[in-house]
Design a protein around this ligand. Structure first.
Ligand SMILES: C[S@@+](CC[C@H](N)C(=O)[O-])C[C@H]1O[C@@H](n2cnc3c(N)ncnc32)[C@H](O)[C@@H]1O
Length: 286
């Protein structure tokens, strides 16, 4: 009986993987397993030991697989996205944190700083990762989308309840000189993963239909937010402070000129598949 139930899970997952593959989902087997694990309330690695899918669980699983085949992001279906050592709540209205941004988070943690600002914070991935790894840091997160702010506040509250130093959430435009103007010239580290995809760039259905456009696209060259955010970061940072800024793979030739008035030691960093993904620079004195 127990063996038959285990086979049913394997069969359901295999059928789901075939369906997701036919729908063009990039990692069909992994997604099928993660959805089954989500329905059963077990870690993916323990799926084979979890017993079978009862009829109501099977119906729920098939519902989620159908949604994933319609290219609803996996993270919207499970309600969470892993980011470094954190699990963040995500859903409609917010940009799903990406694995490549974890590299910027790791750089930020290695750089350190007593006062850290995350501009365009989304669900709070960078701010909350830094707050988790640097318990002494005062971390502030700026976001302007009301929908994203709701997820950010929820994640910030969850992390504070889990024992991290609370991140201060600021509702506002990250490029507005009035936002956090009291911190001008005092910040040790600014991190920013802004919208940076050039308008008209083809993107997968998960992005086109579920990430908010204002979280992804930024004008014809993708620099519409990056340009003013660099100016804002330069104003916030103290001399010697650091900026870490994620960008599009077409941006490296353009960034040194934008950064040069305020930053030295400008270095570009590659992501997990070797594409240029984020730039860092150190604030010079005026
Ligand atoms: C690419 S998402 C990144 C979110 C988060 N930093 C992350 O890494 O997951 C960009 C975010 O910037 C926000 N945003 C866009 N323009 C903004 C602005 N001018 N001021 C504040 N937030 C902005 C969007 O709402 C979105 O949440």
């Amino acid at each position: 009986m127990g063996q038959a139930r285990l086979v049913r899970v394997a069969v359901a997952v295999a059928a789901a993987a075939r369906r997701l593959s036919a729908a063009g989902v990039p990692s069909p087997r992994a997604d099928a397993e993660l959805l089954a694990a989500h329905v059963l309330g077990v870690p993916r690695g323990r799926l084979a030991l979890a017993g079978g899918l009862a009829p109501d669980a099977l119906a729920r699983f098939e519902q989620l697989v159908a949604a994933r085949a319609d290219r609803v992001p996996l993270q919207h279906l499970t309600g969470t996205a892993g980011f470094g050592r954190l699990e963040l709540a995500v859903g409609p209205g917010a940009f799903v944190p990406r694995p490549e941004t974890e590299l910027l988070a790791q750089w930020a943690v290695g750089t350190g700083g007593a006062v850290v600002v995350d501009l365009a914070s989304g669900t709070g991935a960078l701010a909350l990762a830094v707050a988790h790894e640097l318990p002494a840091a005062q971390v502030l997160a700026v976001e302007r989308s009301p929908a994203a702010l709701a997820w950010l506040r929820r994640n910030a509250a969850d992390r504070a309840a889990a024992g991290d130093r609370p991140v201060e959430v600021v509702a506002g435009d990250a490029t507005d000189p009035a936002v956090l103007s009291d911190l001008d010239g005092t910040v040790d580290l600014v991190v920013c993963n802004p919208p940076y995809v050039p308008a008209g760039t083809p993107v997968p259905p998960e992005v086109a239909d579920h990430d908010p456009p204002e979280a992804v696209f930024a004008g014809p060259d993708g620099l519409a937010v990056i340009r003013p955010v660099i100016v804002r970061a330069a104003r916030l940072l103290r001399p010697g402070g650091w900026l870490g800024l994620e960008h599009h793979e077409t941006h490296p030739p353009l960034l040194p000129r934008l950064l040069q008035p305020w930053f030295t030691r400008v270095t570009d960093h590659r992501d997990l598949v070797g594409r240029p993904r984020y730039v860092t620079g150190q604030r010079v004195a005026d």
